[in-house]
Design a binder for this molecule. Structure first.
Ligand code: B16
Ligand code: MG
Length: 208
């Protein structure tokens, strides 16, 4: 029986990966190469700047640090065009129901995401008020698999790592949660998330 639950955002509560994909694809088109959905898998759970490096590597493109910052901004502007259109219908199945159920049983809830747009997204899909703490890409300096984001979330809830459960869809996120000393529920494929304590297809399995 856990006293705190920490949630990753993209891939656990919403599917923003499809919008990240469209935004990166537009940049790749400018540079004249194709960025595929399978390439996009490599960006899940990865920070914006690290994602840019991966996209540049795929296209064999070299940029200066200044150009990289400009392109990352440009990508984010494109991404925000999609995010601004989001509403409750984009919550993944079971997400709201499960969060409500946790709150009813007195479990504290935190977000642990790499995204700098996390608060805005929570507001757009109408679940911001269900969180006791939000730790996102604006608050941490070390990316997953470093445990910093989950350690900070747990601390903000006033709990110990052993009292928290983490929900993650990315391998690096599962590693981060293990490194933080927390119980991890992987969301997705057991082949990729095998190190998690338990793997499920989605939060809907927990509310059924
Ligand atoms: P932003 P998560 C991650 O979200 C995404 O999976 C990853 O593809 C993205 O690059 C990263 O957020 C940063 O997002 O550009 O909005 O700061 O899975 O950690 O919730
Ligand atoms: Mg994720």
């Amino acid at each position: 029986n856990f006293r705190g639950a920490l949630f990753d955002l993209d891939g656990v509560l919403v599917d923003t990966a499809k919008y990240h994909y469209l935004a990166w694809k537009q940049l790749a088109e400018q540079w004249g190469f194709e960025f595929t959905e399978s390439d996009n898998e490599r960006l899940k759970g990865v920070s914006r700047m690290r994602s840019l490096d991966i996209v540049l590597e795929i296209g064999g493109i070299r940029l200066t640090e200044d150009e990289k910052l400009r392109k990352a901004d440009e990508k984010n502007e494109q991404y925000l065009q999609y995010i601004r259109q989001m509403d409750e219908s984009e919550l993944l199945p079971g997400a709201r129901e499960y969060l409500l159920r946790l709150r009813e049983s007195g479990v504290k809830i935190a977000l642990g995401s790499a995204s700098k747009n996390a608060t805005f997204i929570l507001e757009k899909v109408g679940i911001a008020e269900l969180f006791d703490a939000v730790v996102d890409g604006t608050k941490v300096s070390k990316a997953k698999p470093d445990p910093e984001v989950f350690e900070a979330g747990c601390r903000e809830l006033g709990l110990l790592p052993g009292e928290c459960v983490v929900f993650e869809d990315a391998e690096a996120g599962v590693q981060a949660a293990i490194a933080a000393g927390m119980y991890v529920v992987g969301i997705g494929s057991p082949a990729i998330l095998g190190r998690a304590n338990r793997v499920i297809g989605g939060l809907y399995e927990l509310v059924g």
